[in-house]
Design a protein around this ligand. Structure first.
Ligand SMILES: NC(=O)c1ccc[n+]([C@@H]2O[C@H](COP(=O)([O-])OP(=O)(O)OC[C@H]3O[C@@H](n4cnc5c(N)ncnc54)[C@H](OP(=O)(O)O)[C@@H]3O)[C@@H](O)[C@H]2O)c1
Length: 328
């Protein structure tokens, strides 16, 4: 089968397309014919193991100390169940599924545990749309529900609102009854209003820390906001949540636990089947819609990574593995 090959940590060009043996589903696993996958900010970060700061060593220990241990990258996918391993009864052959694999999604076929982060696709979505959902939406759900512990009626400001995480934070926060202020480049204003943001600030010309409005939660989806400055627009018991964080934010999280006033919070988003099912239901109910900024064939993998590196990605960047069938 064709797959993206990840032989060394490096720039986008270090990824190439090649032939590898077909994977076989083991006990409790399914094999998925991948129709669409994505390049996420997580894929780009792992590719070069760059910007990892204090996570450099844990990442290298998890993914390979000197070179990637697993030769195929990629996490998000949508496709069809093509083979069942022994003991699998929860999926049927031909069923359309989507999810988040630990690795190996940038390929024509992927095997993963049937009880992993995989579920039947929302019936309302195409393969490309379904592939655009899990990474950003799972992260948004976990950070809003478990890290920020949001409550209906609160005011939330999201910085980096047009990224894969941000577009889902806007939609889920709105769904849970929060008033959302989105901070992003001006070109994304109409999109963010359409997703449910009550207010949109242009990050190039409007400093959100100088605003009059007080927020219960400032959620920084991309990094770079300052807790000292954000305090000005946070409620007395507000939370400043970092999705992308390093040693400085972790130290601030500990420091703000010890004193009164707004808290700094960091966290980690895994991916469970139960949370994916919640998001599937929300998508089917029309409460959550995927945002695809760019779409290209798998063969343009290096170009896709360069685009993610540029910080210009909006929503998800989808890679087509199987070309869509155009109706006659
Ligand atoms: N802790 C966890 O478990 C976890 C889980 C998932 C992701 N993450 C991290 O979360 C971060 C965001 O992920 P993502 O997938 O949403 O990223 P993304 O899709 O690549 O974000 C792209 C967006 O970021 C905005 N942006 C770029 N540079 C910016 C800057 N200097 N200041 C403000 N906004 C900027 C751009 O918006 P505009 O064009 O509108 O400016 C762009 O639309 C990544 O660093 C990722 O590693 C962490």
């Amino acid at each position: 089968m064709q797959a993206v090959l990840w032989r060394r940590y490096g720039p986008p060009e270090s990824l190439t397309l090649g032939e590898v043996p077909m994977p076989h589903p083991g006990q409790g696993e399914i094999r998925i014919r991948v129709h669409a996958t994505t390049v996420t900010s997580g894929d780009a970060r792992l590719r070069g193991c760059r910007g990892a700061g204090l996570f450099w060593l844990p990442l290298r220990l998890a993914f390979g100390l000197f070179q990637p241990r697993h030769p195929i990258p990629g996490m998000e996918f949508a496709g069809e169940v093509e083979a069942l391993g022994p003991g699998v009864t929860s999926f049927a052959l031909g069923e359309r599924v989507f999810g988040l694999a630990p690795r190996g999604a940038h390929a024509e076929y992927l095997t993963m545990p049937a009880d992993g982060c995989v579920a039947r696709q929302p019936t309302t979505l195409t393969h490309a749309e379904a592939a655009a959902l899990p990474f950003g939406a799972l992260t948004a759900l976990i950070f809003l529900r478990d890290v920020a512990q949001i409550r209906t009626g609160e005011r939330l400001l999201v910085h980096g609102a047009a990224g894969a995480v941000g577009v889902h934070v806007v939609q889920l926060a709105r769904y849970f009854g929060l008033e959302v202020t989105a901070v992003a480049s001006a070109r994304h204003a109409a999109l963010l209003r359409g997703l449910g943001a009550a207010h949109v600030l242009d990050r190039a010309t409007q400093d959100f820390t100088l605003g009059e409005r007080r927020h219960d939660v400032v959620l920084d989806a991309v990094g770079g906001t300052s807790p000292q400055r954000a305090r000005r627009v946070l409620a007395p018991r507000g939370r400043h949540v970092f999705v992308n964080f390093g040693a400085r934010e972790l130290a601030q999280m500990l420091w703000t636990r010890l004193r009164p006033g707004p808290r700094v919070l960091c966290g980690y988003a895994g991916g469970s089947q139960a949370d994916l099912l919640t998001l599937r239901d929300l998508a089917e109910a029309g409460a959550l819609r995927p945002v695809i900024g760019q779409e290209m064939p798998l063969a343009r993998i290096a170009e896709a990574h360069a685009l993610v590196d540029s910080g210009q990605k909006c929503g998800a960047l989808v890679l087509r593995v199987v070309p869509p069938v155009i109706p006659a």
